[in-house]
Design a protein around this ligand. Structure first.
Ligand code: ARG
Length: 393
C-alpha cells in the first residue's frame, strides 16, 4: 500500500493532482490536507466536498489563530514588505507545509505532494520547508510542475476524469487568500499596460466609490504587536475588523511588478487592508520610540527578514538572528496610534507612547527649555569635511 499526502486547496491544480497521483504516479491512497488560514469558509467547504468525492481521506486543520499570532505578528514587527507587497502568501506557506508534514507522519505516508507550478514562488516555500524537515523521510512531489501541465491541459484532464472543474474555471485569475492578504494573478492582469478591472477586487471598495466620510481607527501596540483595534482585542478579530473597515474605505489595493524567486517579473495585484493599515501604524510608533540609528539599521534588518521569508527560507537561522535584533527594538514599541481611512488612503493622525522619544518641551517654539545658543558650536563644525574637501580642490 503506497500513500501520499497532498496539500489541498480545492482549486483546479490540486484537484487534478489527486487523480494524477493515482493514475500517473501509481499511489494507492491519496490523503488531502487543507489548512484554514482565513480563506473564505465557502472555499474550505468546497474543498471538503470535492475531497470526499476524489480523495481517500481528508483533513481540514484550523490554524488561523496560529497564523495570526506566530506569523502575521512577526511580520508586523518586521514591517514585512517585499517590493511593496505586504508578505501574505509567503507567510502562510511554512505553516501549511508544517501541518501537511504532521499528517504525513501520522498516517505513515510515503510521499508528500503539492500543486505548485514551476513558475511561481510557492514551490520554493513548500519544498524548502519539507526538504529541510523531512527530506529523507518522504518523497516530495509536484505533479503539475513535473508533468509540465498548462491550465488548459489541466481543465481537459479534469473533464476526462470526472474531476469537478471549479465554477470559476472560465475566470482566468489565479487567486491566493489568507487573512493577511489576497493575491490575484493572471488573465488580463498579465498585460501590465492595463488597469486591473474592478472585478478582481473583493476585499476593497474602489477608492472612488469609498465613503466621503473618513473613519478614524485607534490601534494599540504592545512591544510591536497589535493588541487592540477600536476595542477589539482578539488577534483574529483585530485583523478581520481592519480588513473590513479599511477595505470599505478602499485602503490596501496594491498593483506592482514583482521580481519572483525564479527571476521572472510578474504583475501582481493584492488586497491587504489590515496589513497595510497595521504596518503604517506600526511604523509611526517606531518613528516615535526608536532612535534615528535604530530606525536606520532596523530598516535594513526588516528588508533582510522580508526577503528571506519571501524566498521561503523561514528556517534559515538568519531569521532567528534578525528577530533577536528586531525583538530587542520592539521592547519600546508600545503605545497608541490613530489612523484616518479615507478614499484609499491611510493616514496616521496621532501617536503616543510611554516610551516616546518625542519631547514637546524641547521642540516647541514657545519654550526655552532647549537653549538654542548651545547649537552654535555644533553648527559651526557641521560639514567640516565638506569644507576641507572644497579647500583641497
Ligand atoms: N506573488 C505572491 C507571492 O509570491 C503571491 C503568490 C500567490 N500564489 C498564487 N498561487 N496565486 O507571495
Amino acid at each position: 500500500m503506497s500513500r501520499v499526502v497532498l496539500a489541498y486547496s480545492g482549486g483546479l491544480d490540486t484537484s487534478v493532482c489527486i487523480e494524477l497521483l493515482r493514475e500517473r504516479y501509481g499511489y494507492d491512497e491519496v490523503i488531502t490536507v487543507t489548512g484554514y488560514v482565513g480563506q473564505p469558509e465557502e472555499e474550505v467547504k468546497e474543498a471538503e466536498r470535492k475531497a470526499r468525492k476524489l480523495a481517500d481521506e481528508h483533513r481540514t486543520i484550523d490554524c488561523l489563530e496560529e497564523f495570526v499570532t506566530e506569523y502575521c505578528w512577526r511580520a508586523v514587527k518586521a514591517n514585512a514588505e517585499y517590493e511593496g507587497y505586504p508578505l501574505s502568501t509567503a507567510l502562510a506557506r511554512p505553516l501549511l507545509a508544517e501541518k501537511v508534514l504532521e499528517v504525513a507522519r501520522e498516517v505513515d505516508a510515503d510521499a508528500i505532494a503539492h500543486g505548485c507550478t514551476g513558475k511561481g514562488n510557492d514551490q520554493y516555500r513548500f519544498e524548502a520547508y519539507l526538504r529541510a524537515h523531512a527530506g529523507d523521510e518522504f518523497e516530495i512531489l509536484a505533479p503539475i510542475r513535473e508533468l509540465n501541465l498548462t491550465r488548459d491541459e489541466e481543465i481537459e484532464y479534469a473533464r476526462e476524469h470526472g474531476i469537478p472543474v471549479p465554477v470559476d474555471a472560465d475566470s482566468p485569475y489565479s487567486i491566493d487568500e489568507n487573512l493577511w492578504g489576497r493575491s490575484i494573478e493572471g488573465g488580463e492582469l498579465e498585460d501590465p499596460t492595463r488597469e486591473p478591472p474592478e472585478e478582481v477586487f473583493e476585499w476593497t471598495r474602489s477608492p472612488e466609490e469609498a465613503p466621503d466620510e473618513p473613519k478614524v481607527v485607534e490601534i494599540e501596540f504592545e512591544e510591536g504587536v497589535p493588541v487592540s483595534a477600536d476595542g477589539r482585542e482578539d488577534p483574529v478579530e483585530i485583523v478581520r475588523y481592519l480588513n473590513e473597515t479599511a477595505g470599505e474605505h478602499g485602503v490596501g489595493r496594491i498593483d506592482i511588478i514583482e521580481d519572483r524567486v525564479v527571476g521572472l517579473k510578474s504583475r501582481e495585484v493584492y488586497e491587504a487592508p489590515a496589513a497595510v493599515t497595521l504596518l503604517e501604524a506600526h511604523r509611526a510608533l517606531e518613528a516615535l520610540t526608536l532612535t534615528r540609528r535604530e530606525l536606520a539599521l532596523k530598516d535594513r534588518m526588516d528588508d533582510l527578514w522580508s526577503e528571506l521569508v519571501y524566498q521561503g527560507l523561514w528556517f534559515d537561522p538568519l531569521r532567528e538572528h534578525l528577530e533577536a535584533f528586531i525583538d530587542s527594538t520592539q521592547r519600546h514599541v508600545t503605545g497608541t496610534v490613530r489612523v484616518k481611512l479615507h478614499k484609499g488612503r491611510v493616514q496616521v493622525v496621532s501617536r503616543e507612547s510611554p516610551h516616546s522619544l518625542y519631547d514637546e518641551r524641547l521642540i516647541s517654539y514657545e519654550e526655552k527649555e532647549f537653549d538654542q545658543r548651545v547649537a552654535e558650536g555644533a553648527v559651526r563644525l557641521h560639514g567640516l569635511q565638506e569644507r576641507l574637501a572644497l579647500r583641497r580642490r
